[in-house]
Design a protein around this ligand. Structure first.
Ligand code: ADP
Ligand code: ZN
Length: 219
């Protein structure tokens, strides 16, 4: 397999993984977001799609076997095309991380450590464009025209799992299943994976976070 750069973005729901990934796309990376891949599958008329929809709406994680299959297919395809990859929202459990180790080397893990109080506001204000995927926030990063995508000019939508109940379950899932990955990757430096922790302040601009990341990954 051709060795391309792999970066994992780790952080709670609303920590800014998707936004950072979108910024890195301009520097030659492709974004692989398991959340987006699952949401795309929902239009399929299958039992599996219905099952995934239920779990996502509640805020529960999808079983590792399904997630690993979906993610590995995308990782392998893009690596073969010679693309550098940003993994946004994968892995999310230690089991997924161990599976990922069997298919590729991870160069960087970027952990977005954001205060829990900020996260709730980010999630409940989140709007996104179904056409181009751009993410906005009504409070902190609003579109130029109310609820219209700046680029596509189509109405923005709110994710069904961006409500109080699902958010709380997503945070619980994060604390019990994903947070252990912080220690997991922090102790992997021997295998050549560099762990980078960022503490983006409430008012830190996306540009400033992106510049910091580019410097730390030597770009
Ligand atoms: P967020 O990080 O804001 O919670 P995502 O778009 O990354 O949102 O994920 C939405 C949902 O998709 C999750 O709540 C979960 O149900 C499912 N999902 C995404 N990635 C994974 C993963 N790696 N493992 C299991 N479930 C996942
Ligand atoms: Zn758009």
């Amino acid at each position: 397999m051709i060795e391309t750069k792999k970066i994992i973005l780790l952080g709670a729901p609303g920590s800014g993984k998707g936004t950072l990934a979108q910024g890195l796309i301009n520097y030659g990376f492709v974004q692989i977001s398991t959340g987006d891949l699952f949401r795309k599958k929902l239009s399929e008329d299958s039992e599996e799609a219905k099952y995934i929809q239920q779990l996502i709406n509640r805020g529960e994680l999808i079983p590792d076997s399904i997630t690993n299959n979906l993610a590995s297919a995308e990782i392998i395809k893009n690596s073969q095309d010679g693309k550098n990859i940003i993994l946004d929202g994968y892995p999310r459990t230690v089991e997924q991380a161990e599976y990922l180790n069997t298919i590729c080397k991870v160069d960087y893990v970027i952990y977005l450590n954001v205060d829990k109080e900020i996260l709730f506001k980010r999630i409940t204000g989140r709007l996104s464009c179904k056409q181009c995927g751009k993410v906005y926030n009504e409070y902190t990063n609003p579109p130029k025209e109310t609820e219209l995508c700046d680029i596509c000019k189509v109405p923005l939508s709110r994710r069904r799992d961006d409500n109080k109940e699902s958010f709380e379950l997503r945070m619980k899932e994060y604390a019990s299943k994903t947070e252990p990955l912080i220690n997991y990757y922090n102790s992997q430096s021997a295998s050549g994976t560099k762990f980078i922790e960022l503490n983006p302040g409430k008012d830190e601009s996306i540009d400033s976070i992106l510049k910091n990341v580019l410097k730390q990954i030597g770009m």
